[in-house]
Structures are given as structure tokens and as C-alpha cells.
Ligand binder design. Sequence first.
Ligand code: NAD
Length: 260
Amino acid sequence: MQLAGRTAVVTGGESGIGRATARLLARAGVRVFVGDVQLLPENRDEYQQLGIASRFCDVRTEEPIRQLIDDAVAATGRLDILVNNAGIAMVKPIIEVSESDWDACMDTNVKSAFFGCKHAVKHMRRLGGGSIVNTASNAGLLPRAHDPVYSISKQALVGLTKSLALCHSMDRIRINAVCPGPVGETGMVNADLDQAVDRDAAARKYIAASPLAQAWGRMIAPEEVAESIFYLVSDAALMVTGTCIAIDGGKSLGVPPSVG
Ligand code: NAD
């Protein structure tokens, strides 16, 4: 899995799955360019040591993503990898979802990937190929009752992945998705646990929804999702495109077996 010397852009790379992915790629010698709306002081020293360039980039609009990608190409002369990872939750029944909630969720989780793919494809075509991974969700495979608009956004992202994978196969551009969850030590899950009345009970509920998480007694780690992203962008997956890999401990398989 020789990735040294390649160039990657990772959105939402300051926290959770994106941070684990940026670290893993950088440790393999990839030049990593992160775009995020939060630049965490806790990442600064490590990112500097690993050569990860991180900047403010709001993925909901086209220009910052175009600039992030074009600048990575200008700095390194190539673009091998794009990870469209930035995302937000939207845990509300449909009657409580405002138009701005809908737009925030769709723009962050789906429109951003459209912008990312559009500008990455532009370079990858010219440079002879590349690999794009979209961070979808188990909710992109099987909708969930508690967050319908989030589920819709992730199913749209799965659709975008398959559609563009087909369109750009002849350009040797591979486009795949990972469908994780429940992933602990992420901003998304931590925010939810922090506002729970009983944090431990809320964590147990996450774990109970995923058969393997329950079997192991813990949530999935961001690094375990990053490993699958690493595989998908590597040459080990040279003939893999349009797939959506569930890293959800079987959560999207169906009704879980009762444990204990
Ligand atoms: P996280 O909150 O730790 O990471 C998300 C990152 O995206 C953050 O750094 C955040 O600042 C950034 N971001 C949010 N809005 C942005 C914007 N407009 N522009 C740029 N960056 C923005 O949570 P995470 O779980 O690591 O989330 C990463 C991806 O994984 C998301 O797409 C999420 O939907 C998906 N996901 C997470 C889980 C889980 O259980 N944590 C499950 C399924 C899918």
C-alpha cells in the first residue's frame, strides 16, 4: 500500500474520523491538506510534525472547496485522494425541521461532496486518475427513525458515490463511500452524549444498536474507519469503485440478535 508522495485533501479533518484519516495518510508519507470550520489548537503541533496543512474551509459553498483543492494541486503538482468527510447531525422529527435545518444538513453532507468531486475530478482527469472517498453512514444504507433528514442526506451521498463512480470509471477515478457508526471519540457522538441526562446510558444505547459494538462492549474507533478509507484510496483497491463499505459492526444488517 505505497502511498508516499501522493497528495490528499480531507474535509472535516480536524476531529474524529477526518482527523484519524489525515493522521494515517500523513504517517504513510501522503501530503495532506485539511479543510475544516474549526482549527483545534490541540492538533497544531502534531499536524506541523506530520506536515498536515490545515485551513479554515466551509464546505457548504463552492469557492472555499475549489480553493482548497486547487491550492493542494498548486503546491504539490498532483491530486491523488479526496476524502469528503465533513458532516453534521440532524436529530429531529420532520415536523421540527426548518428550511434552514434542511439546508444546513444537505449543504454540509451532500452539496459539499458535489463541490469536492467536481473540482477533484477536474484535476484527476488531467492527471490520469485518482480516488475519492465519501464518508456516508449506516443511515445511508438503512434509514433511521430518529434522524430522517440526516438519513436522507447520507442516502443521497451514497447515490452520488455510485453515480459519479460510474461516470468517471473511464477516467480511472475511483469513487467509494464508507458507512460508519456508531463511532466514539467524535465531535458528533460526544456532543450527543454531553447533552444526555445519563451519559453512560446514552453510550450503552449507541453500542446496543450495533451487534459487533455490543459484542466488543465499545463503540467503533475513528481509526477503524480511517483504516477502511486508507484501503479504499490505496492501490489494493485499484479495481474497487462505487462500493459503500459498512463499518458499523453490523448495524445496517437488520434486526440485531439479543445479547446476554
Ligand atoms: P466530528 O464532529 O468529530 O467531525 C466532523 C468534522 O466536520 C468536524 O471537525 C467539523 O468541524 C467538520 N465540519 C462540520 N461542518 C463543516 C463545514 N461546513 N465545513 C467544513 N467542515 C465542517 O464527527 P465525525 O463522526 O468524525 O464525522 C465525520 C463524518 O462521519 C461525518 O460526515 C459524519 O456524518 C460521519 N459519520 C459519523 C458517525 C459517528 O458515529 N460518529 C456515524 C456515521 C457517519
